[in-house]
Design a protein around this ligand. Structure first.
Ligand SMILES: [Zn+2]
Length: 309
């Protein structure tokens, strides 16, 4: 019997796909640009991907989606999505009707966390907090190898709360920051200053200079004074809400993914700052980089689908 699942990772500009015959195992990876702006074109693109896999998928094989954005289970939709075809659509319900297949969905941060908790850097640990430090800030919780969904599926969204301070003292200097409007509708969310776009905004605010996030980080490591200050402020801004999350959840590990998480020195500095601010005392790193930076969405979708079947 063909027990393959089609795993899809949908970002703002791409559709990654893979097959999975066993939980956490993917093969036949492919990627195509996301060209659709309307649902009908998106649905046609998925049918085309299914056709490409041919007999490797049965007519009843389920489809598992990992999607960028905050998944609202109650509305079967994605909040603040940067994927245009998803706007105003009941996603799993509509796609399931279009394809005649079971469709399951979680957001990319949840899928990454599941991948790390089951087959990655936090394998077999009971409580895992996954954090995404990509273009923005995201998060997921896995408890005993399953996604903890929370009310309406919205949990671990530590990047979205009005938490950024308007004044803080870093390295003896008082820094004043505006509370910027966020895509979620609030102002002062960490997401506005904490991800790659956020650190660029922060550097612009503090120095007047426009630099790419990776260049700011590298300049800071090279002890360029202004970039070093930006990074010090960033570590303070990000470590505070993360410390709150740790005190509330009590994760055995925090696993980091997303573009900035590949900067190991940055993650080590953030880990040290978080451990200074939490009640748990440990000499071991609590925040560690993940193993599944590029395939976390697909692997997590595979786990989701096999757990649901
Ligand atoms: Zn927000």
């Amino acid at each position: 019997m063909n027990n393959s699942v089609l795993c899809l990772d949908i970002g703002g500009s791409f559709i990654k796909s893979a097959l999975s015959t066993a939980e956490g195992v993917i093969s036949h990876k492919r990627q195509r640009p996301l060209l659709a702006t309307h649902w009908a074109d998106f649905s046609a693109a998925i049918r085309s991907i299914i056709a490409e896999y041919g007999d490797a998928l049965s007519t009843s094989s389920p489809v598992a989606l990992s999607c960028a954005g905050v998944v609202d289970i109650a509305q079967d939709s994605i909040l603040a999505s940067n994927v245009p075809p998803f706007q105003g659509v009941k996603i799993t319900q509509t796609l399931s009707a279009d394809l005649g297949r079971t469709v399951v969905m979680a957001n990319d941060a949840d899928c990454f966390t599941l991948a790390e908790a089951c087959y990655g850097a936090a394998k077999d640990l009971p409580v895992v907090l996954g954090i995404i430090i990509g273009s923005g800030i995201g998060g997921g919780i896995a408890i005993h190898g399953k996604i903890f969904k929370g009310n309406q599926g919205i949990s671990a969204e530590w990047g979205h709360a009005p938490v950024t301070p308007t004044s803080l003292v870093v390295q003896g200097k008082t820094v004043t920051l505006p509370r910027l409007p966020c895509g979620c509708g609030q102002s002062g969310c960490l997401d506005t200053l904490g991800g790659a776009r956020g650190i660029e905004r922060l550097h612009q605010l503090l120095s007047g200079e426009s630099l790419a996030s990776q260049d700011i980080v590298q300049a800071a490591f090279a002890e360029q004074e202004q970039a070093a200050m930006t990074l010090a402020v960033w570590v303070e801004l990000v470590s505070e809400p993360l410390a709150h999350a740790v005190n509330i959840l009590g994760p055995h590990k925090i696993v980091a993914g997303g573009g900035l998480a590949s900067e190991l020195t940055l993650i080590a500095r953030l880990d040290e700052a978080v451990r200074r601010k939490i009640l748990l005392k440990t000499d071991e790193p609590l925040l560690i980089p993940g193993c599944h930076f590029s395939d976390g969405g697909l692997i997590g979708a595979s786990i989701l689908a096999h757990q649901a079947s």
